[in-house]
Each structure stands twice: as structure tokens, then as C-alpha cells.
Design a protein around this ligand. Structure first.
Ligand SMILES: Cc1cc2nc3c(=O)[nH]c(=O)nc-3n(C[C@H](O)[C@H](O)[C@H](O)COP(=O)(O)OP(=O)(O)OC[C@H]3O[C@@H](n4cnc5c(N)ncnc54)[C@H](O)[C@@H]3O)c2cc1C
Length: 666
């Protein structure tokens, strides 16, 4: 272990994935790994208990598949139905290397696009496997009856998403997540009916139980009655989604949280690349101070919508329809002629910010602070214009593709996008960071698996559009069912955990103590008020552009805010009842700590890559400038203890099948 670095963290041993078989070429590794893994015979599977936390695409698919195999599965989630997991919100589509368009797609190209899109900060083996199983996902979902859009001849239709030059995105209007989730839900309910899966609705995981170094269960709080329980198992799978809500304002649902993965982090699981956050370029701009949610306008709109701002700042007040073509700056088409409006999200977001920083943003001016902390009024919006597409394709064709998104936009803003260009601006959307996992999706705590957005696995420093649904379903339907058996075969020999193990009682006691401490808070400020304040700090200093000075300032402010929370927060209601203030307070405490780790991670990574843009590291054209000589690694952080510095473990990223280059979309 090193001395304290930057006054903030320590550096520990290097780590590596040891599960991907490197003695065979990349295209054979998954097959080989599956073959090498131990199996559990069907009669033995029902003796083994698996806890799955989460019922979104990753958790729903994993629980259904493990149940189908015959394991004894308990599935926990905090919504009142498994079908309400946040995956339901996904709009635009899911990628797969089917090459239905015969436009040059292949497994290798999907692999290449994803690694390049992630700015060369993802592990090759995992991404290759993702591309490989992508085609199976579509077959699986079609067999379940997912109503993917079809074209005139009856074949499945495809569209394009950012960062690629092929059409490989399968979709169901603007409701792809919902339709895929209904498919996973049906598979899950089939297992519930068969008796292999038991669902625990409105149950929040509030602690992980680790006994003798292995994940052995969870502590839950029943959100309706307040009852705290322990649940034991032979393995635990966390599929609890992303942590974008640390920013308070995001496209995530209000309930999205980091509690499950943060509790696991505090029990020893490494947290990888926490600072990698995706800011999505096409969201409806914020309209007021008391807003709690931002709305995504799917990236699929960039297939036909053209993004522009006025060439001159003095035109920004005008009705956009009155600004002639020659006075418009279609800046993405101008700067990136090869990819145009379909550059990856990180690039599109940054350029939208640049246009607004230049004073060419549109829409009402909002109050904000500049890098020096001075208040200023800025317009934060750019146009997404469909007039050319409506002229080319006709209103009906545009409506068939995007009708529900247009309707949603009109309901929220009052503007009709068939007539007036949409106004959009970037917003926090997705987190590429998450718990560190190996090729088997197992964390460094044996028996703790992590899938979907909750892990860090496949997207490097920037996720390509339509790849999260692909990853969640790949993990749940195709990876975990083939890797967990290797561990569970051992657990058959190891035997059940002793229910009297002191670690179990201790985990439960720590939850009860925390609830008691929180319920004693009778200050003056609401939990939401603190969360909003945290979000403002994070957006300002750890948002689209990060600087050394700003990140240090943020860490100080976060610590002070957390102290203030313990002094002045007010938790209303009782512990043994439905109590949203209490739920939110628990989640916020975890967000405070995670936010600090995000800032430390962002501070230590003195390079720009993908969604992590350090102002000090940019090319003369203002693009992200990586420093592969210093930062070609996954940063896996270990909890150092209460009020102790975290410990950084580096996993070197080794590129053998893809050449490492500076990203270019020009
Ligand atoms: C508005 C929007 C649109 C999107 N559109 C697309 C798209 O078109 N294409 C694409 O590929 N991706 C898209 N994404 C991203 C994608 O939807 C998500 O990354 C993905 O669905 C996450 O799936 P998941 O299974 O990992 O988690 P989720 O679907 O978020 O599920 C999390 C589950 O964990 C449970 N849970 C969480 N914490 C706890 C706890 N402590 N205790 C108990 N249960 C817990 C929840 O109840 C839930 O069941 C979009 C995201 C958003 C927000």
C-alpha cells in the first residue's frame, strides 16, 4: 500500500480478471469458458438458493433463467410489480449484430464500435462476448412475442444509433424497454407459477451479508410495514440498475438508487470507474428550480432530426422557423461530416454545451454559476429539427417512427414538434461505472454477482445508445446462467451457511441502528432539499466538464453537506410504516459517500475519455484527450473504512484484438 495520494486515497495491489481463457482466440473464449465451468446436475439445483435483487431486464432475465434451470430463486425489488422496474422507461432500441440490412455489420464490428465508443476503456473479452450473444437476444425476445417493429416485407426493422455507421438497432416504436420487460416479466412469472422463483415486492435491500468472505444473503426492509428481515442463500446477484440519481436531476426514475451496490462496496466489493457518467444529449431542458426529473427524447430521433443553433447570437431570440437555412449552424454535421448528427452521446453533449457556452443556446435563459462561481444567465438549449425529414418522408412516416415521443414532447412543453423544432439539452442519463466484476460477472466477493447497469463491465467511458438493453439481457439470459453454476457447484460441497453466524446478526443490527439514528433526526430541512443540494454540487463540479480545482471544491462541499444533514435533516413519520422520507434518507446517505468517491475518481483520472471530460486534457479542437501511457486501466476502488481514504486497485486494460487509437468521428 502507498502513502496517501493527493490527500485523498491510497493505492493497493493491481488486480486482473482470471476467468476469461486467454489460451484461445477471443472468438472462442466464451465457448471455452462455458465448457470449462463446472455444472450442477438438475436434481441438485433445487437444493441451491440464489437471491436476485432487481427485476429489470438484467434481474428479470437472470431470475427467470436461473429458475428455469431449477435453482431456488428469490427475487427482490422495490416496485409493486416486477414489470415496473426502470428498464420500462427505455425508448429507442436494442443493438444486435444480425446484419439484416446487409450493410457491413458483424460481431467484430459491434465489438469494435463498442470498444471505440467507450473510448478504449472497456475490457475486450467482455465486450466481444456481448457482441457475440447479441443476436441470440433478438431470437429469444421474438420467441417470447416481443413486438419489434417490422418493415413492409414483414422482416424486423432496424435503425441507427450514435457512434456507428450501420443500422443494427431493433426497436418497438419508442417503447422498446417496456416491450422487452414484458417479455422478461412473462418468463419470470412462468417461473413464479412453476414454484422456482419467489417474488418479494416492495422490499428494499439495505445490507449485504458476507460470512467467511462469501456473499451469503441480504437484509431487507419491507417498505410497506417497515419490517427488517434477513434472507440467506448460496449466491447473491445484484441487478439494481444505475446511480445517475446522485445528480438529483436525471432521466432516471426518482426511485433509482445506489444502495444495494454501495452496501456491497462497504462490505468489500470493488467499485469500478465510479466517475464514468453518461450525459445524454437529447433531453428536454430543465424548466425550473423545483423540478425533480428530466425527460429523455430518445437518441433514435437523431436518425432523422437535425441539430442546430443560430449562427449569430443575436438570432437566438427569434422564432426558429424565421431563421433562414444560411443562418443556421448544423454544427454536428459541420464538425463531424462522417457521423453527423449520429456521433456518440458524449461528443454530441459536449458540443451542445460548447454552443451554449459560446452564447448561441436557445430557449429561456436560466440562472447558473460559471467556473469562478459567479452567477450568470445562460440559454441552455439547441434545436432538434424535423422539418427536413417531414418534407422528405411525409408527416405520417415521421409519426409512425416517433409519434409517441412527439406526443410526449408536446405534452411536456406545449410545443408541437411537427411545426416547431424541439429544444433539447444534455442531462445525466446512465452510469458506466458500477461494481467491479470479472468475466463471469462475479465481483471480488465470492458468490456476489453483478449484472446490468449495476456493474461496470461493457461500456468503458461512454456507452453507445441501445447497448444497455443489450447488456442487461445478455447478462441475465446468457451469461449468468452459464457462469454461476461454476460457483454453485462448489457451494453444493461447501454446504449451507450457519444461520447463527455472527455476521448475520451484525448485518441486521447495523440496519436497525441506522434506521433508529435516521428516525431521531428532527431538524428543519427535508431529505429532498439535501438531495437537491448534492445534485447541484455534482452537476456543477462533476458534470459535463471536470477540473482539478472544482473537484476538490466538490469534495469539501459534499462532506460539509453530509455533516449538515446529520445536524438539520428532518425525517417525518414512523419507522414501522410506509415512510418515504426514511427510504430517501437511507439512499441519500449512500449517495453522499458515492458522490465523494466519484469526485475522487474523476480527480485522479487526469485525462479525458468518453463521458469523463477533464478541462485540463483536451485536443486543440476541444475533443477528449486520453493519456493511455498513464490511464489505460480500470480504476477499482476498495472501501477503506468509515472516514478512511479509499484504496485504488488498477486493472490494466490489454488491447490485443483492437488497435488503440485516438477516437475520431470526422
Ligand atoms: C429514459 C431512459 C431511456 C433509455 N433508453 C434506452 C434505450 O433505448 N436503449 C438502451 O439500450 N438503454 C436505454 N436506457 C438505459 C437502460 O434502460 C438501462 O440501463 C437498463 O434498462 C437498466 O436495466 P437493469 O436491469 O440493469 O436495471 P433496472 O431496470 O433499473 O432495474 C433495477 C431493479 O433493481 C431493483 N432495485 C434497485 N435497488 C434496489 C434495492 N436496494 N433493493 C431492492 N431492489 C432494488 C429495482 O426495483 C428494479 O427492479 C434508457 C434509460 C432511461 C433512463
Amino acid at each position: 500500500m502507498t502513502e496517501l495520494i493527493d490527500g485523498l486515497y491510497l493505492q493497493g495491489e493491481k488486480i486482473a480478471d482470471t476467468k476469461a481463457p486467454h489460451d484461445v482466440p477471443i472468438a472462442q473464449r466464451w465457448e471455452q469458458r462455458k465448457f470449462n465451468a463446472n455444472l450442477v446436475n438438475p436434481a441438485n439445483r433445487r437444493k441451491l438458493d440464489v437471491i436476485v435483487v432487481g427485476s429489470g431486464l438484467a434481474g428479470g432475465a437472470a431470475a427467470a433463467s436461473l429458475g428455469e434451470q431449477g435453482y431456488n430463486v428469490k427475487c427482490f425489488f422495490y416496485q409493486d410489480s416486477a414489470r415496473r422496474a426502470h428498464s420500462i422507461a427505455a425508448q429507442g432500441g436494442i443493438n444486435a449484430a444480425k446484419n439484416y440490412r446487409n450493410d457491413g455489420d458483424s460481431v467484430y464490428r459491434l465489438f469494435y464500435d463498442t470498444v471505440k465508443g467507450g473510448d478504449y476503456r472497456a475490457r475486450e473479452d467482455n465486450v466481444y462476448r456481448l457482441a457475440e450473444v447479441s443476436a441470440n437476444i433478438i431470437d429469444q425476445c421474438v420467441a417470447q412475442g416481443v413486438p419489434f417493429a417490422r418493415e413492409y416485407g414483414g422482416l424486423l426493422d432496424n435503425r441507427s444509433f450514435g457512434g456507428v455507421q450501420v443500422s443494427r438497432t431493433f426497436y418497438a416504436r419508442g417503447q422498446t424497454g417496456q416491450q422487452l420487460l414484458i417479455g422478461a416479466y412473462q418468463a419470470l412469472e412462468r417461473q413464479v407459477h412453476a414454484g422456482t422463483v419467489k417474488e418479494y415486492r416492495r422490499h428494499e435491500m439495505v445490507e449485504l451479508i458476507v460470512v467467511d468472505g462469501r456473499a451469503r444473503g441480504i437484509v431487507t426492509r419491507d417498505m410497506v410495514t417497515g419490517k427488517i428481515d434477513t434472507h440467506l442463500a448460496d449466491a447473491v446477484v445484484l441487478c439494481t440498475g444505475g446511480y445517475g440519481n446522485v445528480f438529483f436531476l436525471s432521466t432516471n426514475a426518482m426511485g433509482c438508487n445506489a444502495t444495494a451496490i454501495w452496501r456491497a462496496y462497504r462490505k468489500g466489493a470493488y467499485f469500478a470507474n465510479p466517475c464514468y457518467t453518461q450525459i445524454h444529449p437529447t433531453c428536454i431542458p430543465q424548466s425550473g428550480d423545483f423540478q425533480s426529473k428530466l425527460t429523455l427524447m430518445s437518441e433514435s430521433l437523431r436518425n432523422d432530426g437535425r441539430i442546430w443553433v443560430p449562427k449569430r447570437a443575436e438570432d437566438c431570440d427569434k422564432d426558429p422557423r424565421e431563421i433562414p437555412e444560411e443562418d443556421r449552424d448544423y454544427y454536428l454535421e459541420r464538425i463531424y461530416p462522417a457521423f453527423g448528427n449520429l456521433v456518440p452521446r458524449d461528443i454530441a453533449s459536449r458540443q451542445a454545451k460548447n454552443m451554449c457556452d459560446e452564447g448561441r443556446g436557445v430557449g429561456p435563459a436560466i440562472k447558473e454559476r460559471d467556473a469562478q462561481g459567479n452567477e450568470r444567465m445562460m440559454r441552455r438549449g439547441v434545436y432538434l429539427d424535423f422539418s427536413e425529414a417531414i418534407g422528405r418522408l411525409g408527416r405520417d412516416a415521421v409519426s409512425a417512427r416517433y409519434g409517441n415521443l412527439f406526443e410526449m414532447y408536446q405534452r411536456i412543453t406545449g410545443d408541437d414538434p411537427y411545426e416547431v423544432p424541439m429544444r433539447i439539452y444534455p442531462a445525466v442519463h446512465y452510469t458506466m461505472g458500477g461494481l467491479w466484476v470479472d468475466y463471469d460477472l462475479e465481483s471480488n466477493i465470492p458468490g456476489l454477482y453483478v449484472a446490468g447497469e449495476a456493474n461496470f463491465s461493457d461500456h468503458g467511458a461512454n456507452r453507445l445508445g441501445a447497448s444497455a438493453l443489450m447488456q442487461g439481457l445478455a447478462d441475465g439470459y446468457f451469461v449468468l446462467p452459464d457462469t454461476m453454476n461454476d460457483y454453485l457447484a462448489d457451494m453444493l460441497r461447501e454446504g449451507k451457511v450457519d444461520p447463527d453466524a455472527p455476521e448475520i446478526a451484525e448485518a441486521r443490527r447495523s440496519v436497525e441502528d441506522r434506521v433508529e439514528r435516521l428516525m431521531a433526526l428532527r431538524g428543519t430541512r427535508s431529505v429532498d432539499d439535501f438531495h437537491m443540494a448534492l445534485g447541484r454540487i455534482m452537476w456543477e463540479y462533476c458534470g459535463m466538464e471536470r477540473r482539478d480545482e472544482g473537484l476538490r471544491e466538490a469534495i469539501g462541499q459534499i462532506r460539509a453537506l453530509k455533516e449538515e444533514f446529520w445536524r438539520d435533516a428532518r425525517i417525518t413519520g414512523e419507522a414501522m410504516e410506509l415512510n418515504q422520507a426514511l427510504e430517501k434518507a437511507g439512499r441519500l446517505l449512500d449517495f453522499f459517500e458515492l458522490a465523494e468517491l466519484m469526485c475522487i475518481d474523476a480527480l485522479h483520472r487526469r485525462e479525458s475519455c468518453g463521458g469523463h471530460f477533464r478541462a485540463e486534457s483536451q485536443t486543440p479542437e476541444g475533443e477528449a484527450l486520453r493519456h493511455d501511457d498513464e490511464f489505460l486501466y480500470v480504476a477499482a476502488w476498495e472501501w477503506g473504512g468509515e472516514n478512511q481514504p479509499p484504496i485504488l486497485h488498477k486493472e490494466d486494460l490489454i488491447y490485443k484484438d483492437i488497435e488503440l487509437k485516438q477516437r475520431s468521428y470526422k
